[in-house]
Design a protein around this ligand. Structure first.
Ligand SMILES: [Zn+2]
Ligand SMILES: [Zn+2]
Length: 273
C-alpha cells in the first residue's frame, strides 16, 4: 500500500495534525501520553523514579558489601537519595535533570511534587538544621531557581526542622559542570565558603543535613561537608534527589536498576517483547 500523502492544498491541516501528534507524544519515550501523564511525560516514564537498591551502604548509598570501605571518600555518617538517577528507560533522572536546568518549569514542579510524598530516610528526622550545596550566584540568577535549595526547603518543611543557608559559592569559584570525572574529583576546597549566616550561628554539636539535587562523584558534597565540620558541626548527613550509580561501574560492583520487565518497551531494539 502506498504511504498516505498529505494533499498539497491543505498545508494548514497538515501543520495542525503534526502539531497535535507532537502534543500527544511523551517527551521522554515518544510513546502516547496516557492518563497518568504529567508535565508532558507519560506514566511509564514517571515510573522510572525508582528507589536505590535495598542493599546499599548507609553512608555512600552504593552497593559494595559490608566489609569493604566506601569506594569514594565520605565525610558524613548517613547518605541517601530519593531516586536512582539511571532508573527507568530512558534513564529518567538523566532525562529530567538537564531539562529542568534548561528551564523546564513544568518538570521541576512535577518532580518537587513527587518529592513531597516520596519516603524519606529515617535519619532525616533526627537532624537539627538543614542546609544545601550552594549554587553559583550567577547560575542561580540566570536560571531563576535553585533546585537543591528548593529540595532542602521542602525537606525542612516535611520534617519540621529549620533551614539555613550555611554555605556559599564564591563569585570566582571553579566550575564543576562539564568537567570530566577525573577533574571533578579534584575540586578544591575554596570552591565553597561559609556564609555570613554560619559566622553568626553556633553549629557546635549540631547534626546538619546537607541537601543537593544530584549526587554523582560526591566531591561537591565532600567539600561542603568538610566546611560544615570545620564550622563545628558534630555530624553531617546527606540527602539528594538522585544518586547516580552508573558512574561507579567497576568501583563497587553496583547492580544497575534501569529495567522494568513486563513492559514491551523494555525489549531491546529490534527484538519482540
Ligand atoms: Zn514516556
Ligand atoms: Zn559505602
Amino acid at each position: 500500500m502506498a504511504p498516505f500523502e498529505m494533499p498539497k492544498k491543505l498545508p494548514f491541516l497538515g501543520a495542525f495534525l503534526h502539531l497535535r501528534s507532537e502534543v500527544l507524544r511523551c517527551r521522554g519515550c515518544l510513546g502516547e501520553l496516557g492518563k497518568d501523564s504529567e508535565a508532558g511525560l507519560c506514566g511509564y516514564c514517571w515510573s522510572g523514579l525508582l528507589p536505590l537498591p535495598h542493599a546499599r551502604c548507609e553512608r555512600c548509598a552504593l552497593v559494595h558489601g559490608s566489609e569493604r570501605e566506601c569506594p569514594e571518600p565520605v565525610a558524613w555518617t548517613h547518605g541517601d537519595a530519593l531516586w536512582n538517577y539511571h532508573g527507568g528507560r530512558p534513564a529518567f533522572g538523566a532525562l529530567l535533570m538537564p531539562g529542568i536546568k534548561a528551564g523546564e518549569w513544568g518538570w521541576r514542579a512535577a518532580l518537587l511534587g513527587r518529592a513531597e510524598t516520596a519516603p524519606l530516610p529515617e535519619f532525616v528526622a533526627e537532624v537539627n538544621l538543614i542546609t544545601t550545596v550552594p549554587a553559583h550566584p550567577w547560575r542561580r540568577w540566570s536560571r531563576g531557581f535553585d533546585l537543591a535549595e528548593d529540595t532542602a526547603r521542602l525537606v525542612a518543611k516535611r520534617v519540621e526542622k529549620p533551614y539555613a543557608k550555611l554555605l556559599r559559592k564564591p563569585l570566582r569559584s571553579p566550575r564543576q559542570t562539564g568537567l570530566p570525572e577525573s577533574k571533578r574529583r579534584r575540586l578544591p576546597q575554596k570552591a565553597f565558603a561559609l556564609s555570613a549566616v554560619t559566622a553568626n550561628s553556633n553549629l557546635e554539636g549540631k547534626i546538619i543535613l546537607l541537601v543537593d539535587d544530584v549526587w554523582t562523584t560526591g566531591t561537591t558534597l565532600l567539600r561542603c561537608a568538610e566546611w560544615l565540620t570545620k564550622a563545628g558541626a558534630a555530624e553531617v548527613r546527606v540527602l539528594t534527589l538522585f544518586r547516580a550509580l552508573e558512574d561507579h561501574k567497576g568501583h563497587g560492583n553496583v547492580p544497575i536498576v534501569t529495567h522494568r520487565s513486563m513492559d514491551p518497551r523494555d525489549a531491546p531494539r529490534g527484538e519482540k517483547a
